[in-house]
Design a protein around this ligand. Structure first.
Ligand code: ASP
Length: 601
């Protein structure tokens, strides 16, 4: 080794020892005759002192040193002078008095500052990711990531799970996103698909008798990059045979609690993960990913509206369209302009307008454009139901239930943000269970699965598949943390006839089902055990545990929001020979079009 100790491990107990350190110059201060360097390696930072008056040290070399030079220094560990200790640094009581200094490699002036976050543009950070990754924050994040994944592996290993790798070059998997396709050279015109998840393969492993499987699996989905998504991401993928829903929930709960307790910066809010039905989640939070860090629940006011003089809401109530509301504490003073902004926000979620009532903090009277339509008793009843007090703001939505959920669900989150109720100070987990098997509405005359087509309907709901498929509840479960879906899974269908039936409802003809999933359907005929599983989105979970706002902060080499790797400039054009080998004819035209656009033609 070119060093005897890590920079970050020097302590008072090392005083008097001769040690060799190697690392990067985090910062240097030239005091004229004495140079102080903060030398950094992956263990931390040590102060090294090059004193021109001591030890015949090669001072001219020390004078050449700049930030991010790679150095090797040898010397003795000394106590820092009285008053010069740095209690914020683990090595802050000592320093290295250098006898020998060696520049192992110089560095150009760096385009981003490594020793502190200077608020650079993210694209610059991603272009120079290898420099960005030197920073303390990123080193910490990737260590948390390592620790979390190690915890999972150890936890599952102790419970007799085995990790099995499944192929990356595979066949289209139905997770609802677009596939990344890989052209086959050997089979002209044919393509592999990169797995959106190992779903089919893990189910086939159950048929194969591996009762407890897991994998830290890379998944690929060609989705629009809006929001916080990555084309490739990592999930903890798990499948078990002979299990029921609660076996999986209990296992994942124990694993998640342990992982957070051992590796998270942000603590758990509670070891109890409430189990909320999909219906309750929608009714109370307007979302199937309820953010339970705060209350502000949706309250149903349809009964009061039925008899009110507010025609739109009254007739909605009679037509079975709900009126619901949320109460934002202390927002009764909002101006017309504030309310106009919130109305715009609500319209983006599908609202036609935004009705509201406020209890004026000064007059203590209920005000708002719709107040005149209600009797005093009705207003009292509304305020009582909402638990509203002087100074509060009530926002109402009346429409088809899905519109009401989306409008009030998003308004609730917006008000939560405005009121500082969504800070990342703890991790609040809950399960959502009892999802409908199919989404509301139809797609091209067919049902769309809420989770994926391998999810089992609840046993006693199977007869409803013939009479009222939309009423069928499934064995799907999602784990939600601070409003993010961090895991999702289900008990699966393991019988061929039922799987065929669901495929039919989803709109697969017999030929299509055979063509795409013939291997699954056939496997189900050779004694497939009852089974179920789950996948945990590790990038998101780790970002939450590290207190980071997005998943790119916990991935070593993420793509930007345009699915581009700015460091390596991927995706990129390839040479014609490669395209010819793959029988790809049209790329040439695409390349010319891009080049023409770049040349402003
Ligand atoms: N394959 C599913 C997903 O990736 C998870 C599961 O059902 O196990 O979301």
């Amino acid at each position: 080794m070119l060093k005897t100790h890590g920079c970050g491990i020097l302590r008072e107990e090392h005083i008097g020892q001769t040690v060799t350190l190697a690392g990067w110059v985090n910062r240097r201060r030239d005091m004229g005759g004495v140079i102080f360097i903060d030398l950094r390696d992956s263990t931390g930072i040590a102060q090294v002192v090059i004193d021109s008056g001591k030890n015949d040290v090669d001072f001219p070399t020390a004078e050449k040193v700049r930030n991010e030079y790679v150095l090797q220094v040898r010397g003795t560990v000394d106590p820092r002078m009285e008053g010069m200790q740095n209690p914020n640094l683990p090595t802050g009581a000592v320093e290295l008095t250098v006898t020998e200094i060696n520049i192992l490699n110089p560095s150009k002036p760096v385009p981003i500052q490594v020793d502190k976050d200077a608020g650079e543009d993210e694209s610059l950070r991603l272009k120079y990711r290898y420099l960005d990754l030197r920073r303390e924050r990123m080193q910490r994040n990737l260590r948390i990531r390592h620790a979390a994944i190690k915890y999972i592996r150890d936890f599952l290993d102790q419970r007799n799970f085995i990790e099995i790798e499944t192929p990356i070059l595979f066949k289209s998997t139905p997770e609802g996103a677009r596939d990344y396709l890989v052209p086959s050279r050997v089979h002209p015109g044919k393509f592999y698909a990169l797995p959106q998840s190992p779903q089919q393969l893990k189910q086939l492993l159950m048929v194969a008798g591996y009762e407890n499987y897991f994998q830290v699996a890379r998944c690929f989905r060609d989705e629009d990059q809006r929001a916080d998504r990555q084309p490739e991401f990592t999930q903890m993928d798990l499948e078990m045979s002979f299990v029921e829903r609660d076996d999986i929930l209990d296992l994942i709960e124990a694993m998640t609690i342990g992982m957070v307790e051992h590796t998270s910066v942000i603590p758990l809010a509670s070891k109890e993960f409430p189990r909320i039905s999909y219906r309750d989640a929608m009714e109370r939070y307007g979302s199937d990913r309820p953010d339970i860090r705060f209350d502000m629940e949706l309250v149903d006011l349809s009964d009061i509206m039925k008899d009110s003089a507010f025609k739109v809401f009254a007739s909605n109530a009679k037509a079975g369209k709900p009126t619901k509301a949320i109460c934002a504490k202390g927002c009764g003073h909002y101006s017309r302009k504030d309310m106009a902004d919130l109305e715009d926000f609500a319209k983006k979620q599908g609202a036609k307008g935004l009705a509201y009532l406020a209890i004026d903090p000064k007059t203590e009277q209920v005000k708002g454009p719709i107040a005149k339509f209600f009797t005093t008793e009705q207003l009292d009843a509304i305020m009582t139901k909402m638990g509203a007090e002087v100074g509060d703001l009530i926002m109402l939505s009346s429409d088809d239930k899905m519109v009401v959920y989306s409008v009030l669900g998003e308004l609730r989150l917006e008000m939560g943000r405005r009121l500082g109720l969504t800070t990342n100070t703890s991790l609040n987990f809950c399960w959502v269970i009892d999802f409908p098997l199919f989404e509301e509405g139809m797609e091209d005359g067919h049902y769309a699965p809420s989770h994926h087509m391998f999810t089992a309907p609840q046993r006693d709901h199977i007869p409803l598949l013939d009479s009222d498929p939309h009423a069928v509840l499934s064995e799907q479960y999602d784990l939600v943390c601070n409003g993010f879906e961090v895991s999702g899974g289900s008990i699966r269908i393991h019988e061929r006839p039922l799987q065929r039936k669901i495929m039919e409802l989803i709109g697969f003809s017999i030929e299509e089902a055979q063509d795409q999933f013939g291997h699954m359907l056939e496997a189900f005929e050779y004694g497939a055990p009852p089974h179920g599983g789950i996948a945990q989105g590790l990038d998101r979970l780790i970002a939450l545990m590290a207190g980071e706002p997005n998943i790119r902060e916990v991935m070593a080499f993420p793509k930007n929001q345009n699915a581009t790797d700015l460091m390596a400039d991927a995706p990129s054009f390839v040479v014609q020979k490669q395209l010819d080998d793959l029988n790809i004819a049209h790329a040439g035209a695409a390349i010319e079009a891009v080049e023409a656009a770049e040349n402003g033609e």
